[in-house]
Design a protein around this ligand. Structure first.
Ligand code: UDP
Length: 370
């Protein structure tokens, strides 16, 4: 009599991803699925800095299929990915499709799996910003309503889904798989500090920042405001520049505002975690960074109109709009930095204990055996 664990290895689970956060958060699940998993990369972000280095650092194989849909407008990306996935699903007929998060890839794969009548698993289900201006909000709402199994990081996410009438039998609260990714990939302190030398910064004496959301980088005034605020901070600011942000800076002629900043290319996951864990504080509009800082216990200023991750607000993070609030909050935190770090060190992450990947695979086994 095979155990459920051995049975899932005989299954065919198509894991569809297209960006760096999806690789980070699906890695543990893919590894636990073993031979059952095969990766389809849509190409939403396919380059060395945003994809290949993440696959290799997180111990994932080269994707079995590349759909090559990068660099298009949102509607075209989604349309092309649905069409190409539809062809793939028709010939492959996998037992399940797994997606993670809120990208265009997630929306496309959810529609394609639903149309092909293949069970759909949504990892990181139930996040809501209730901000309809964010494309990600539309992607995640549609994915949740199409999914057959919804794996929610927290009880907050589960409550969001129940409020939308989603059947509680389809929802399992797992924690967030990012917790185990950080536990596995964050280098020890000695290695982290050696890396700081290469950036010319010292522990707790620099700020790490990232920006890439359309609300912050598409409008030249907003982008200039953010870059000016970063440039006026009293500590060095390391800024790995996302290609979207770099393209916007070039197009708007804002390059001179980068002069006071330590601008670098997007960096690999181990390096980024190292810098984050050693920073005095972080300033970002990233989703994943909001979760990761709660694991390595550093304070984060979230520069956004809204957040779908309220669990960290008031402890690890505060949210502000682009403007003087960025510098004001950073300076007030720096005034009492050691106390702030001490306080955060004792607060558990709201995203769980590092077992979310295991819980997710257990829930998938149940789905496939039902
Ligand atoms: N990240 C990284 N290198 C960088 C910037 C970000 O490894 O130069 C990681 C970060 O730790 C997080 C993920 O990329 O795990 C977040 O990606 P992004 O901000 O692009 O997406 P979001 O989480 O906002 O969807």
């Amino acid at each position: 009599m095979p155990t459920p664990a051995s049975a899932i290895e005989t299954r065919d689970v198509m894991v569809v991803l297209g960006t760096r956060p999806e690789i980070v958060k699906l890695a543990g699940i893919v590894r636990l699925l073993g031979d059952a998993a095969s990766i389809v990369h849509t190409g939403q972000h396919y380059d060395g800095n945003l994809s290949e280095i993440f696959l290799s650092q997180l111990g994932l194989p080269e994707p079995a299929v590349h759909l090559g849909i990068g660099g298009e407008r949102r509607g075209t990306q989604i349309g092309l990915a649905v069409e190409r996935l539809d062809g793939l699903l028709a010939t492959r007929r996998p037992d399940a499709v797994v997606v993670q998060g809120d990208t265009n890839t997630v929306l496309a794969a959810s529609i394609a799996a639903n149309a092909a009548e293949v069970p759909l698993v949504h990892v990181e289900a139930g996040l809501r910003s209730y901000d309809r201006r964010m494309p990600e909000e539309h992607n995640r709402v549609v994915a949740d309503h199409l999914a057959d199994l919804l794996l929610s990081p927290t009880e907050v996410n589960r409550a969001n889904l129940l409020a939308e009438g989603i059947d509680e039998d389809r929802i399992v609260v797992t924690g967030n798989t990012v917790v185990e990714a950080v536990h596995e990939l964050l280098p020890p302190a000695t290695e982290r500090r050696a890396l700081l030398d290469g950036y010319g910064v010292e522990p707790s004496a620099f700020i790490l920042s990232t920006f890439h959301r359309p609300e912050n980088v598409d409008d030249p005034d907003v982008l200039a405001t953010i870059l000016r605020e970063l440039g006026a901070l009293p500590l060095p600011v390391v800024l790995p520049l996302h290609p979207r942000t770099m393209a916007s800076i070039d197009a708007q002629g804002l390059g001179s505002l980068l002069a006071p900043l330590r601008v670098v290319e997007p960096i690999g996951y181990r390096e980024f975690l190292s810098l984050g864990a050693e920073a005095a504080l972080l300033i970002s509009d990233s989703g994943g960074v909001q979760e990761e800082t709660s694991v390595y216990k550093r304070p984060l200023i979230v520069v956004r109109r809204s957040t779908e991750r309220p669990e960290v607000i008031g402890t690890f993070a505060e949210r502000v709009l682009p403007g003087p609030a960025i510098g004001d909050l950073a300076r007030s935190w720096l005034d009492t930095l050691a106390d702030l770090h001490d306080r955060l060190a004792d607060i558990p992450s709201p995203y769980g204990d590092g077992t979310a990947s295991k819980r997710s695979v257990a829930a998938m086994e149940e789905l496939l055996h039902a």
